[in-house]
Design a protein around this ligand. Structure first.
Ligand code: SF4
Length: 439
């Protein structure tokens, strides 16, 4: 049994560094024009990519270049040019979705490792074998597969690396091949510009006037019913104060499936979310790092495979981030999506500050405040080496004045009990987490 790789999203250089600090073995990132993240993408040019790749390699990690846009004719040549320039930077692999580009890359750069993107929708062993025969080293499997199907592909196509999504947002269409965003906002998901239309709130209006003046909001509970099939259950369009999220899927969280995926010999466990915050990324990477390590070590030692191998601290880390509610995706069965879920706030802990630096002279942390917190809150310092309960002895606001409370959007200084500073080797990547979340 080999320990699988933990692969994290890198929306920019900062996120990449946090992902590595919290235990990712590799990251994926791409250029805005040629990956499926055209907005909020910090890798804007070759210099950014070069810096990211160099940093990864200096730290013994891997950097995969996501180049999985679904190219039209007009994009072929610029895409080829951009790929050839990026290959000079020696990324560890290219993530590609388009069959034409796989074939072209095999000719012009046969030594380049190719990972087939999830956008190529590989769902069976025959397709997997086809791509492997063409020289594809790894396939990122379609998110719609069950665990048993994934394990069968692994068994039937030996030598092919398989990557599975374990955490993050899920499309309501098949792994991103969707035109909902094009329809609602004229932003093309398959060119990296998805507006997440399926995840947004909607309201029901009576259409009896110009939109700006006479559209009236409907009140009450609503559902959609197929008129040709009255025996089918209606689709609820229930609204709460935030609107209705009837197309939004809950987020994937495969923490409980990690031991089975490790035992099954899957090669890489992928986390979704290049635009998520550094805090979210750090907590999620931490959760899966602990789950993979604990599962692997227990299985190698002969333990029986069960969800109990996942440490409680992994679950706690996930409970400290916001989401849309979690589900184990299609891994466990045919009905993973719940279109009623809306925003589900973290209930295990709430980030209150991102540490900028530790000042040894004053034994204090300079922080960027993310959520309000005060002297009497229960806080933990989160670092790449673990969580440490801490006691605040003094707070200082951005003017350097003593304060009872720090407010978001400001810089402040936090003085903590001395045992905390002794435990903090890497304040650069630390956060303060408030554990009394009911506040
Ligand atoms: S609109 Fe939703 S389902 Fe469609 S590509 Fe975007 S996130 Fe995926």
């Amino acid at each position: 049994m080999t320990k699988p790789e933990l692969l994290a999203p890198a929306g920019d250089l900062t996120r990449m560094k946090y992902a590595f600090a919290y235990g990712a073995d590799a990251v994926y990132a791409g250029q805005p024009a040629f990956s499926l993240r055209s907005r909020e993408n910090g890798f804007k040019n070759l210099n950014d990519l070069a810096e990211g790749i160099a940093y990864a390699h200096e730290h013994g990690k891997k950097f995969y270049l996501t180049s999985n846009v679904i190219a039209r004719n007009t994009k072929v040549e610029p895409f080829q040019k951009a790929l050839l320039a990026a290959l000079e930077l020696k990324p560890d692999a290219l993530i590609v979705a388009d069959a034409g580009f796989v074939g072209w890359l095999r000719k012009v750069s046969p030594e380049t490792e190719i990972h087939l993107s999830v956008q190529a929708n590989t769902t069976n062993y025959l397709t997997a074998q086809f791509w492997h025969d063409l020289g594809v080293r790894r396939i990122i499997l379609s998110r719609e597969l069950r665990l048993s199907e994934i394990l069968e592909i692994k068994e039937r196509v030996p030598g092919l690396e398989l990557e599975v999504f374990v955490h993050g947002a899920v499309c309501m269409a098949m792994s991103g091949r969707c035109m909902l965003s094009n329809w609602v906002t004229h932003r093309d998901a398959n060119q990296g510009a998805c507006d997440n239309s399926c995840r947004m709130p909607y309201r029901l209006y009576a259409n009896d006037g110009p939109q700006s003046e006479d559209y009236r909001e409907h009140e009450g509970n609503f559902s959609l019913q197929r008129t040709d099939r009255p025996e089918l259950d209606p689709v609820a369009l229930d609204e709460d104060t935030w609107g209705t999220y009837f197309m939004s899927s809950r987020d994937l969280c495969a923490l409980d499936v990690v031991p089975e995926l490790v035992k099954g010999g899957l090669d890489s466990f992928k986390i979704e979310g290049r635009t998520r915050s550094v805090y979210y990324l750090s907590q999620v990477v931490r959760a899966y790092r602990m789950a993979i390590d604990a599962s692997y070590e227990a299985l190698v030692a002969g333990a029986s495979c069960s969800a109990e191998l996942v440490p409680a601290e992994s679950r706690r880390a996930i409970s400290c981030v916001d989401g849309r509610g979690f589900m184990p995706g299609f891994l466990r069965g045919p009905l993973p999506q719940n279109y009623e879920s809306t925003h589900v706030p973290a209930d295990g802990g709430c980030v209150c500050a991102q540490v900028q630096r530790y000042d040894a002279a004053t034994n204090s942390f300079v922080v960027n405040v993310k959520n309000p917190f005060s002297m009497d809150d229960s806080l933990e310092l989160m670092t790449p080496s673990g969580m440490v309960a801490c006691e605040v002895t003094e707070l200082m606001d951005f003017r350097g004045a003593a304060a009872d409370r720090l407010n978001p959007g400001t810089e402040g200084r936090v003085f903590l009990s001395s045992n905390v500073s002794e435990n903090t080797q890497n304040a650069e990547f630390a956060f303060l987490v408030r554990t009394n979340t009911e506040k």
